[in-house]
Design a protein around this ligand. Structure first.
Ligand code: BGC
Length: 406
């Protein structure tokens, strides 16, 4: 009821703004004021000790890039002892400790111990990807009559995750965020006009908040001075066992009756296909591994799950997109988002060649990604919800990962 009411209020606000401005109704970029998000920082809590944790933020240097740019690491801790380490390079979540059903804390994200390893070879571990998460066919799109060419950094065929040097490979400006019930870091990056081939100076901010409700909340904002596609997402690789084994026993629910099928190059065909009767159906809880190798053509194309699901949504507010349960530890991760889609990727390209944190070898399907997003290749698919941000508009979207155990 509360959710319905707040959605109603949001929709009324959107309708009012649209009515006043007389512009078209676009489901993507809400232009409503978000006073609640920018509330002034709460008083900084007093020093903590580990026996009775309260909200805390610590920062420390975390090395520097090849160009000599210093990188900082933020260690966030909530009142229940959950921690998130986030660095300014790539806005990367380096570690995320959550309790299992016995209260045992474990790090549930894949990654490296050292900055250099992230710089040398990372399949987007924990990063914010942008300007455009996922693929744009042949690295080309036409906007307002101009054709733009982007890097074809995915098998020399398609554009992937913002290009050669996307938002995952730049150093973001940072400031701590203190709230009464959460701590966080606000990361900002100016992507210049023409960077990676995209039009317009795009000012992007991503605020991570670790809340006392055991949520990692990600608020994305952006503005531009020329029309440009924008599709930001977080590319965390999760393993709710704490990285002890692959993710095939994790039980997944996706609140989606349809997905966007792809061709061999993982570009959507433009159709929305019902999941019913296929191994793409996670409307009821199912183990990720139960049907992954069953020969279904879409799974062959992806080498497993690597697809965008069309979330069942009413209105433009936050909805529950996914739930993942890991039976041996009892950990549960729920994903709420304002986005219309989610890319569920079962770590198919992990093959044991990467040794990550604490010497753990990341074998096949050792982590899953659940990237909330607009659909891949939207700039070339007029029937998909628009990803175009125009001057004067504000890109605002939020995704929440909520953790519990049972
Ligand atoms: C894509 C995969 C890709 C991976 C990068 C995912 O978002 O859908 O196809 O391989 O990111 O490691």
């Amino acid at each position: 009821m509360v959710e319905v009411k707040s959605q109603f209020i949001r929709l009324s606000l959107v309708a009012a703004v649209v009515g006043i401005a007389g512009c078209e109704m676009r489901p993507m970029h809400r232009m409503t004021p978000r006073a609640e998000r920018r509330e002034s920082a709460a008083a900084k809590p007093v020093a903590t000790d580990s026996k009775s944790p309260t909200l805390n933020i610590e920062t420390k240097p975390f090395g520097e890039t090849a160009e000599g740019q210093p990188v900082r690491l933020y260690s966030l801790r909530n009142a229940n002892g959950l921690t998130a380490d986030i660095m300014t390079y790539g806005a990367i979540v380096v570690s995320l400790q959550t309790p299992d059903r016995k209260g045992q804390m474990d790090d549930i994200v894949l990654g490296y111990d050292r900055l250099d390893d992230y710089i040398k070879n990372s399949p987007y571990f924990g990063a914010i990807v942008g300007r455009y998460g996922n693929r744009i066919a042949k690295g080309k799109f036409t906007l307002d009559g101009t054709e733009y060419t982007l890097a074809t950094n995915n098998n020399n065929l398609n554009h992937l995750h913002g290009g050669v040097k996307g938002f995952d490979k730049v150093v973001w400006d940072d400031e701590p965020v203190w709230k009464a019930d959460a701590v966080g870091v606000k990361l900002s990056y100016l992507s210049k006009d023409g960077e990676e081939g995209y039009p317009g100076n795009l000012k992007a901010t991503v605020t991570y908040l670790l809340t006392n409700k055991n949520e990692l909340r990600i608020d994305y904002e952006a503005t531009t001075d020329k029309a440009t596609p924008v599709n930001l997402t977080h590319h965390g690789y999760f393993n709710l066992t704490g990285g002890e084994r692959d993710i095939l026993n994790h039980v997944l629910t996706l609140n989606a009756a349809q997905f966007t099928p792809v061709d061999e190059g993982l570009i959507p065909t433009g159709e929305l296909t019902p999941v019913r009767g296929t191994p793409m159906d996670f409307t009821k809880p199912a183990e990720i591994g139960a049907r992954i190798n069953n020969g279904y053509q879409q799974l062959k194309f992806g080498g497993g799950y690597d697809h965008n699901w069309v979330l069942d949504k009413r209105g433009s507010g936050m909805t529950l997109a996914a739930r993942v349960y890991e039976p041996t530890t009892g950990r549960i991760m729920e994903i709420l988002t304002m986005e219309p889609g989610i890319q569920f990727y079962s770590g198919n390209f992990l093959d044991g060649t990467i040794t990550g944190k604490e010497g753990k070898v990341y074998k096949h399907r050792w982590g899953f990604c659940a990237e909330t997003q607009h659909f891949p290749d939207s700039p070339n698919k007029p029937s998909f919800p628009s990803t175009i941000l125009r001057p004067g508009e504000k890109y605002e979207t939020t995704t929440i990962y909520r953790f519990s155990a049972k």
